[in-house]
Design a protein around this ligand. Structure first.
Ligand code: CMC
Length: 441
C-alpha cells in the first residue's frame, strides 16, 4: 500500500511495525511518535533535541527569517524597508497588531505609550539599594520584575483591555528604567521623561540631560537609535523570546516574563555579545594584532564575538544596515578608532577558510556596540539597549502564545540516565568519593 503524499512512514526495526504520521507545514508532531513502542511497558518514542536545534516550539505569524538567504521580515515587511521608512514605535505596533497602523492609529498608539513613561517614585528606592557600580542590566531586570508589584492587576492576562494597558506600560517604561539605572551608576540625578519628545529622543533626554531647560538630541543620533531599535525589535524564537514564552506559558504576569526574558538576553552568547565585542576590540587594540587574534580563535582559545548565528548562515541583514548607520553616526560624533579594527577583523574572517567553511558572518552585535559607544553609552549599557526594543517583540510573541490553542505550560521531557530507587545511606556508612560527589552534584 503506498502512503499518501503528506505523511511519513516509519518502520520500527525493533518490532517490525510500521506507522504513518502526518506531515503538516514541513513538520511531524512529536506526540505522534509516542504510539511507537518497543513493547507494552514502553513509554513510547520521544525525540532528543537539546537546544531545540530542529524543533519548532510554536506556530507564529510575527517574524520570518531565511537564514541561508539572509532575509528578515516582520509581519511580511522586509527589515530593510522598515529600517529606511518606519520608526521604532510604528514597528512595535506592527509586531503587536499584525498590520501597519493608519495615521490615526499611530497617533493614538504613540500617545498611549508616551503617557505611560513615568515610573512610580518608589521604584527609585529599589534602585537606591544597588551599589554604585551595579551592572545596569542587573538593575534593569530587577526593576522590571519590581514593576509587577506596582501593577498587581497585570496577572489578569486573559483580560484584553488590562493586557493592552500593561503592554503600553512596559514599552513606555523600559527606557525610563534603563536610563534611571544608568544615572544611578554614574551618580547623577534622574532626568524625568519629556512627553514632547519622540520615544528615542526622550530616551536620550533621560540619559544625557544635565542643566539645559529643554534637551534637544541631534536628529541624526535620534534617527540612528530608531533604526537600531527597529533592527532589535524581534527575531522569532531566539533564546530570550523562548524564555518569554516559556515563563508566559505558566500564566505569569508580563513584567515577570519580560524580566526573565531580559535575564536570558543578558548572556554573552545572546544580547550580551555586543558588550563582549567591544571588550574584544579593545583587547585587540590595533589592526596589526588582528591576524594573531584570528589565529587564537581558530585554535579554539575563544570565539570571535559578534560572529556566527544559529539561524543565519549568510550575512546577517541587520549587520548590513547597522554598518550604514555607523557611517551616518560617525559623521556627527567622529570616527571611533575601533571601527578600523572591526573592519579589518571582518575582512580577514570573511576570507579565512575556518569562517567560510562554518559559514560564520558578522551578526547584529558586531557593529551595534561601536555605534552605541560613539553615542557615549558605556559598554555595560549595551545589553540594556538590546532589551529596550526587544520588549515589543517579546510582548508580541507572548500575546500570540496566549491566544494559541495548541500551547500549554512549557514542559520538556528528559532522558533519565541516573540511578534508580536506592536505599538511603546513613551518614556514618558513607564513604565519600563517588557517592559524596553525587550528593554534591
Ligand atoms: N567564533 C569562532 N568559531 C565559532 C563562532 C565564533 N563566533 N561561532 C561558531 N563557531 C564555530 C564553533 O566552534 C563550531 O565549530 P566546530 O564545528 O569546529 O566545533 C561551529 O562554528 C558551529 O558553532 P555552534 O556553536 O554549533 O553554533 P551555534 O549555532 O550553536 O552558536 C552562536 C551560535 C551565536 C551562539 C555562536 O555563533 C557564538 O557563540 N557566536 C559568538 C557570540 C555572538 O556573537 N552572539 C550573538 C548572536 S546574534 C544576537 C542575538 O540574537 O543575540
Amino acid at each position: 500500500m503506498s502512503a499518501s503524499k503528506d505523511t511519513l512512514t516509519i518502520t520500527d526495526n525493533r518490532t517490525g511495525k510500521r506507522y504513518e504520521v502526518a506531515v503538516v507545514d514541513g513538520t511531524i508532531r512529536a506526540m505522534d511518535l509516542r504510539q511507537i513502542k518497543a513493547d507494552e511497558e514502553d513509554f513510547g518514542l520521544m525525540t532528543y533535541d537539546p537546544a531545540f536545534m530542529n524543533t519548532a516550539s510554536c506556530k507564529s505569524a510575527i517574524t520570518f527569517i531565511d537564514g541561508d538567504k539572509g532575509i528578515l521580515e516582520y509581519r511580511g515587511y522586509p527589515i530593510e524597508q522598515l529600517a529606511e521608512q518606519s520608526n521604532y514605535l510604528e514597528v512595535a505596533y506592527l509586531l503587536l497588531h499584525g498590520e501597519l497602523p493608519t495615521g490615526e492609529e499611530l497617533k493614538q498608539w504613540t500617545w498611549n505609550v508616551t503617557h505611560h513613561t513615568f515610573i512610580n517614585e518608589n521604584i527609585k528606592k529599589v534602585l537606591d539599594g544597588f551599589h554604585y557600580n551595579a551592572h545596569p542590566m542587573g538593575m534593569f531586570e530587577a526593576m522590571v520584575a519590581a514593576l509587577s508589584t506596582f501593577y498587581p492587576e497585570s496577572k489578569n492576562i486573559f483580560d484584553e483591555e488590562c493586557r493592552r494597558k500593561q503592554i503600553h506600560r512596559l514599552i513606555a517604561k523600559v527606557p525610563t528604567v534603563a536610563a534611571f539605572a544608568f544615572r544611578h551608576r554614574v551618580g547623577m540625578q534622574y532626568a524625568y521623561p519629556d512627553n514632547d519628545l519622540s520615544y528615542e529622543a526622550n530616551f536620550l533626554n533621560m540619559m544625557f540631560k544635565t542643566t539645559e531647560l529643554k534637551y534637544q538630541p541631534n536628529p541624526v543620533l535620534e534617527r540612528a537609535l530608531s533604526v537600531l531599535f527597529i533592527l532589535h525589535a524581534d527575531h522569532e524564537q531566539n533564546c530570550s523570546t523562548n524564555t518569554m514564552r516559556s515563563i508566559g506559558s505558566a500564566h505569569t504576569d508580563p513584567y515577570s516574563c519580560v524580566a526573565g526574558a531580559a535575564a536570558a538576553l543578558y548572556g554573552p552568547l545572546h544580547g550580551g555579545a555586543n558588550e563582549a565585542v567591544l571588550k574584544m576590540l579593545d583587547e585587540i587594540g590595533s589592526i596589526e594584532r588582528v591576524p594573531e587574534y584570528i589565529k587564537k580563535v581558530k585554535d579554539g582559545e575563544f570565539r570571535l564575538m559578534g560572529f556566527g548565528h544559529r539561524v543565519y548562515k549568510n550575512y546577517d541583514p541587520r549587520a548590513r544596515i547597522i554598518k550604514q548607520v555607523a557611517d551616518e553616526v560617525f559623521e556627527v560624533t567622529g570616527k571611533d578608532p575601533l571601527l578600523d579594527i572591526a573592519l579589518e577583523l571582518e575582512r580577514i574572517a570573511l576570507e579565512d577558510e575556518y569562517f567560510v567553511k562554518r559559514r560564520l558572518y558578522p551578526n547584529v552585535d558586531f557593529y551595534s556596540g561601536i555605534i552605541y559607544r560613539a553615542m557615549k553609552l558605556p559598554v555595560n549599557m549595551f545589553p540594556v539597549m538590546f532589551a529596550i526594543p526587544r520588549t515589543s517583540g517579546w510582548l508580541a510573541q507572548w500575546v500570540e502564545m496566549l491566544g494559541d490553542a495548541d500551547q500549554k505550560i512549557a514542559r520538556p521531557r528528559q532522558i533519565y540516565l541516573g540511578q534508580r530507587t536506592r536505599e538511603y545511606v546513613p551518614m556514618e556508612k558513607r564513604n565519600g568519593g563517588a557517592e559524596g560527589q553525587a550528593a554534591g552534584g
